[in-house]
Ligand binder design. Structure first.
Ligand code: ADP
Length: 625
């Protein structure tokens, strides 16, 4: 059974191995067992439900929430020589008729549908007469009210098991939380499903967090170093999108905005420009996201603090789906906390309190000084097993620590105690920097011995330190007003038994992560750029996104191996038989000419060390059942 799967993986996708849990997920469908597959973005979920279809009789049905996602996947499958089609409301009647004919003739291996359409009586009847091998529910968290993307139309999918009682159902999601997973299995009435949960670590993402200083300058630094690459800049509000985007356009960057205040057609236009690489960067609110499975997003920047780590993980996770290194930079300011509180002010009380807890976790992450990968994993309840990731500002040693951290922390903690543990972060910081605000004088807190103890620093820096002490468990924020109190751990600091880590306001310059260095190992950059231009030209002619033609992983592998024959071209990662037939000759000519004019060796073997390293991202998963 596995042999057959490996064969189709190589033939159509040009991959010769499974990513973690892919084998188990595919095996489950093949043996007729329901499954719930939880893998992070870029974990290879699509292949889990696409590849088995080619090894089984009949046609697999994929339920997908968005037309753009369906279109992208069907285009990609068709490009790889797989008979696939979609049925959605945007297709003209005659094209829909064609699809129904193909279903009847059993000419399709994969059919994509929206949940509403799948449950139309007419469609159900047609599918009951066709041979359906299994049903895959993509973005399955949409079925759960506990998820962040609940879609009422997904709820109807509970009927699937009634209508198609003997057909295995697979549910796929990147949502990590346990209640959502349980809810998905219940709502879809999965029968004894195999539950496969992968590691949420994304070692190819390089996380960096910076205090926001001169935002546009900070963004430009990334855009300049990522010139020509695709990326997303997330802003909290529409007006921030318009302002940042406008400034970048004025400076000559190839960017476009995206937010819910724009018309549907403007949004669609800008999304297309981004997908087709006519612009490099999209500046957006979180309205931009689901359905974007562009594999070669090389950077995701946050111009403000997101409202939860779930959002942060999801938004930053749109970078580097292809497994190549990508950078995720977050620029935050203490003021973002207040902005979110303001935006959330009309939420019902319970939901508001829930949201505030999430906001606190997010703020603690920003001011935290533990490995960012570890911090994210532990938030999602997964141990990381690594002590040093080499892919975040903390582990790359880019953070500058305060030398006299013990004394500074003691000043802060004793000020909290002297304030009777009755005040929040902003007020405590104001007392410590010796603010002359009226409320401080009215409370006679200007007479405290800790008043003005940190008067050589701005309030925002002291507030940042308070956040860092919260993040490290020395201070707790409690109650509706986030009053600060000193924990048991904090009391050890006061006794000088433990020393916290506090960051200096100034940041050291960035270092390159080893992930970035490795994935370019042996790649001829100029050849890569030449191939990229050719790819872009083909994509333009064919009206397809560039990464559907060939992914960045493949282009880098070509520019590394520099194949001279179609057989060698087939060895390139992500090149299957169809792509080799379609583009092989064109690329081989270009490579030959380039190598000749640059006196470069062709047919370079990929070194075992490099293979091991490039597989590294796939080795850190753990399954569950
Ligand atoms: P997800 O849907 O989980 O976000 P995708 O299905 O989009 O992930 O896959 C992410 C990337 O990994 C894609 O570029 C895909 O082609 C690639 N990929 C999937 N399976 C494999 C594999 N077995 N070997 C190598 N790359 C793979």
């Amino acid at each position: 059974m596995m042999q057959k799967l490996i064969e189709v993986l190589g033939k159509h996708w040009g991959y010769h191995d499974f990513l973690p849990l892919q084998k188990e997920a595919m095996g489950s469908l093949r043996t007729g067992r329901d499954c719930l597959v939880v893998l992070p973005t870029g974990g290879g979920k699509s292949l889990c439900y696409q590849a088995p279809a080619l090894t089984m009789p009949g046609m697999a049905v994929v339920v997908c929430p968005l037309i753009s996602l369906m279109k992208d996947q069907v285009d990609t499958l068709t490009e790889s020589g797989i008979p696939a089609a979609r049925l959605d409301s945007s297709l003209p009647a005659d094209e829909q008729g064609e699809v129904f004919k193909k279903i009847q003739k059993q000419a399709l291996k994969l059919l994509y549908l929206s949940p509403e359409r799948l449950l139309f009586e007419g469609v159900i009847r047609k599918l009951q007469n066709a041979k359906v091998s299994y049903i895959a529910v993509d973005e399955a968290h949409c079925v759960s009210m506990w998820g962040h993307d609940f879609r009422p139309e997904y709820r109807q999918l509970g009927r699937l098991k009634e209508v198609f009682p003997n057909i295995p159902v697979g549910a796929y999601t990147a949502t990590a939380t346990e209640p959502v997973r349980r809810d998905i299995a219940e709502q879809l009435r999965l029968k004894n499903p195999s539950v496969l949960v992968g590691s949420f670590d994304r070692p190819n993402l390089i996380y960096k967090v910076f205090p926001r200083q001169n935002l546009v300058r900070q963004i430009r630094a990334v855009l300049d170093r990522q010139k020509g690459n695709s990326g997303i800049v997330y802003c909290i509000r529409r007006k921030d999108v318009d302002s940042v985007c406008g400034q970048l356009i004025d400076l000559g960057y190839r960017v476009a905005p995206y937010h819910a205040g724009m018309t549907d057609s403007d949004r669609k236009k800008n999304q297309d420009l981004f997908m087709r690489e006519k612009i490099d960067t999209i500046v957006a609110t979180i309205a931009f996201g689901m359905g974007i499975d562009k594999s070669n997003v090389r950077y995701v920047l946050h111009a403000g603090m997101p409202k939860s780590l779930e959002h942060y993980q999801q938004e930053s996770g749109r970078a580097g789906r292809d497994g190549l290194e990508a950078e995720c930079c977050l620029y935050y300011s203490a003021a973002d906390y207040g902005v979110w509180k303001f935006l959330m002010r009309e939420m019902p009380k319970e939901a508001y309190e829930h949201a505030l807890v999430k906001l606190d976790h997010m703020a603690a992450f920003c001011s935290g000084t533990v490995c960012r990968h570890q911090a994210l994993l532990s938030y999602f309840g997964q141990p990381s097993g690594r002590s040093h990731c080499a892919a975040c500002d903390v582990c790359l040693g880019e953070l500058d620590y305060v030398e006299e951290a013990l004394v500074t922390a003691q000043k802060i903690l004793s000020c909290i105690l002297r304030l009777g543990q009755n005040f929040g972060g902003a007020y405590t910081a104001a007392v410590l920097v010796g603010s002359t605000e009226k409320r401080i004088r009215d409370n006679t807190h200007d007479r405290l011995s800790t008043y003005g103890l940190l008067d050589s620093f701005p309030g925002s820096v002291v507030q940042g330190w308070i956040g860092q002490l919260v993040g490290q468990g020395y201070i707790e924020r409690t109650g509706q007003y986030h009053v600060l109190s000193v924990t048991e751990k904090g009391r050890r600091v006061l006794k000088g038994l433990e020393t916290p880590r506090l960051l200096k306001p100034a940041q050291k310059p960035s270092r390159r992560s080893s992930a970035a260095v490795d994935s370019w190992h042996g790649v001829d950059r100029e050849l890569f750029e030449t191939l990229r231009k050719v790819r872009s030209q083909i994509a333009g002619e064919r009206g397809l996104p560039a990464y559907v033609i060939l992914g960045d992983v493949s282009l880098r592998d070509i520019a590394r191996r520099r194949p001279s024959t179609p057989e060698r071209f087939l060895e390139v990662k992500g090149v299957g038989e169809r792509k080799c037939r379609q583009y092989g000759r064109l690329f081989l000519d270009i490579i030959r000419e380039y190598c000749h004019s640059h006196s470069l060796k062709m047919d370079v073997e990929s070194t075992p060390a490099l293979e091991r390293r490039s597989k590294g991202r796939f080795c850190r998963s753990h399954g569950g059942n």
